[in-house]
Design a protein around this ligand. Sequence first.
Ligand SMILES: Nc1ncnc2c1ncn2[C@@H]1O[C@H](COP(=O)(O)OP(=O)(O)O)[C@@H](O)[C@H]1O
Ligand SMILES: [Mg+2]
Length: 327
Amino acid sequence: MDTMLEVKGLKTYFFTEAGVVKAVDGIDFTVGKNETIGLVGESGSGKTVTGLSVIRIVPPPGKIVDGSITFEGEDLLKKSEEEMRKIRGNKISMTFQDPTTSLNPLFTVGDQIAEVIREHDKNISKNESMEKTIKLLEMVHISEPTIRVKAYPHELSGGMKQRIAIARSLASDPSLLFADEPTTNLDVTVQAQVLELIKELRDKQKMSLVMITHDMGIVAEITQRVQVLYAGMVAEIAETHSLFSKPQHPYTEALLQAVPRIDQRKELKVIPGNIPNLINPPTGCRFNPRCQYAKAICSEKVPVLEKTDKGHYTACHFWRNLDLTGA
Ligand SMILES: Nc1ncnc2c1ncn2[C@@H]1O[C@H](COP(=O)(O)OP(=O)(O)O)[C@@H](O)[C@H]1O
Ligand SMILES: [Mg+2]
C-alpha cells in the first residue's frame, strides 16, 4: 500500500506553569492511501494532540518539540505557516468531537461551508459556491438543504450540527481526514447514523481516514488498522482483526474487556486506576502501575516496540510470555 502520511518520533509537549506535560512522547504511525486507521486510547492518551500536531494547530503553551511528519513525501514540520495553510483544510482536514466549537454561532451554516469552498477555489462565484454548499448538505443527508443552508448552528440538533461540521471539513475535498471522536457527544442512534455517514463519505471520496476514538466498537466497525496509544506513547499497532483476536499488550486486552458485548452477559471490566500525570509519568512502561502482569523490569525499562507478527507490534516486555484474551 502507498503511504500517504508517515509520522516518526513525534513529541508534542505543553509548557505549563506546573511543568512540562509530555502529551505526545515519541509516536510513530503511518496512514496508507485509502486506508482507515484507528487512533485509540482512553481520554488523555494524546489522541487529539496527535491530530492537532499533524495539521500544526497545537495551541500554546503546546509545541511540537521533535519528530517528522511526512505527507505525500514532504515534511510538514519544515513548511512555513503560509504553505501549511494550503495543506490544512485542503488536503488534510479534521473534524472535532464538539461541533459547537468548530462552528461559528454568528454565521449561517451555509456561509461557513461556502467560506471553505471559496478559500479552496478562489475563482468560484458566489452562486456556484452556494450550489456546492447545498450539494454538500445533501451529501451529508441534511433534509431540505435549500432551507437549512440559511440556519444558524443553534437552530440545529447535535446530530445535524455534526453532519454540518463534517460537510465543512469535506468542502475542500481533502485526501486525508482526521475524525476526532465525531460521535462521542451524540445519542446512541444518531451515533450509528453519523458513523455510517463517515464510512459512506470515505468510500465515495476515496479518502484516507484516521478515526480517533476511545470506543473499541467503533474501531471494529470502521478501521483496517489500529494504533493503541497510552499516556502519549504507542502501546500496540496491528491490523484490526489481529488486534481483536490476538492482542499483544495488556492495555489493549484491558480496553477490549471494557467493550460492551450484546452476545456476552459477562461483567464489563473497568481498567483500574487512572491515566498517569504526564508531567511526571511513571518510569519504564507507562502502563506498569495499572498492569496486572507487571514485574520489576516494567518500572525500570521503557519497552521498545517489537514486531510480534506480520504488521503487528507491541511495546511490552512480556508479550512472548503472556497469553492475552481477545474480544
Ligand atoms: N492546552 C493544554 N495545556 C496543557 N495540557 C494539555 C493541553 N491540551 C492537552 N493537554 C494534555 O495533553 C494530554 C493529551 O491530551 P489529548 O490529546 O487531548 O488526549 P485524548 O484526545 O487522547 O483524550 C492530556 O494530559 C492533556 O491534559
Ligand atoms: Mg481527545
